[in-house]
Design a protein around this ligand. Structure first.
Ligand code: PXL
Length: 262
């Protein structure tokens, strides 16, 4: 009998065009050798050109999905993506309160096209309920700015913002930024602060890149890798996936997720 792959769960919104959201998460899990399952929080109508609509899943039904999945499957790691509103964040936090596996919170707020995918008043709830449960929170610089009210224009800003986020309760934070011609991410935890650099790829084939990064970290955590190595591996997976991105659709193309890490 073949041995079972570790199981990772994404609690996230649907992108029917398949580039972001839970579809990106499940593809990433699969390519990295992890069995993926999902709890759907909201549905978007979306393509590479933009978001045409958003419909919340009833909160109680998200709770029911969690009960179905968590009572049956051995969840080795969990990530969250688009949660939509404060009520959904409450529900997800209630579910994750009892989880014993690593939790990655991707505080998704706006789409690549600038479309809001979380209510304004939900941001405080994210900090209050989900940050204390998180092993890692992965905001981009815009999300970080919204969370702590501090702009990120330099490496010094990046380090300061990461420290402020860490003080809000998660075990670690990864703040993602583009500074001049580099992609610079700041990983901060109790052991210290590390700047991770890679050349910035000039590409508009980046739809879902944030989802793919947090999903790849979650997959590696599910496989038992430690956080620092999981982040490094996930960054190179995203880098390759952007380089291998197909030209699909008339707007911002999705990443190429078919190439595993060797
Ligand atoms: O990439 C962030 C994201 C996450 N989840 C859903 C999205 C988006 C961006 O559009 O639509 C459902």
């Amino acid at each position: 009998m073949p041995s079972a792959a570790p199981v990772a769960l994404t609690i996230a919104g649907s992108d029917p065009s398949g580039g972001a959201g839970l579809q990106a998460d499940l593809k990433t899990f699969h390519t990295l050798g992890v069995y993926g399952c999902s709890v759907v929080t909201l549905l978007t109508a979306q393509n590479t050109l933009g978001v045409q609509g958003i419909q919340m899943v009833p909160t109680d039904f998200a709770r029911t999905q969690w009960a179905s999945v968590s009572s049956d499957l051995p969840l080795a790691a969990i990530k969250t993506g688009a949660l939509g509103n404060a009520e959904m964040i409450e529900a997800v936090a209630d579910c994750l309160d009892s989880a014993s596996s690593p939790v990655v919170i991707d505080p998704v707020m706006i789409s690549k096209h600038g479309h809001a995918i979380i209510d304004d008043d939900a941001v405080d709830k994210l900090i209050e309920r989900l940050f204390p449960l998180a092993d890692l929170v992965t905001p981009n610089s815009f999300e970080a700015e919204r969370l702590v009210g501090h702009t990120v224009r330099s490496e010094e800003d990046l380090v300061n913002v990461a420290a402020k986020l860490l003080a809000l309760g998660p075990r670690a934070v990864l703040v993602k930024a583009h500074l001049s011609d580099e992609s610079v991410d700041c990983l901060a935890d109790a052991s210290g602060v590390q700047l991770l650099r890679s050349p910035r790829l000039e590409s508009n084939r980046t739809h879902g890149s944030g989802c793919v990064l947090s999903a790849a970290i979650t997959a590696r955590l599910a496989q038992g890798e430690d956080l620092h190595n999981a982040v490094q591996t996930a960054r190179s997976f995203v880098h390759n996936a952007i380089r291998n991105a197909p030209q699909l659709g008339a707007g911002i193309s999705p990443l190429g997720l078919l190439t595993p890490i060797n």
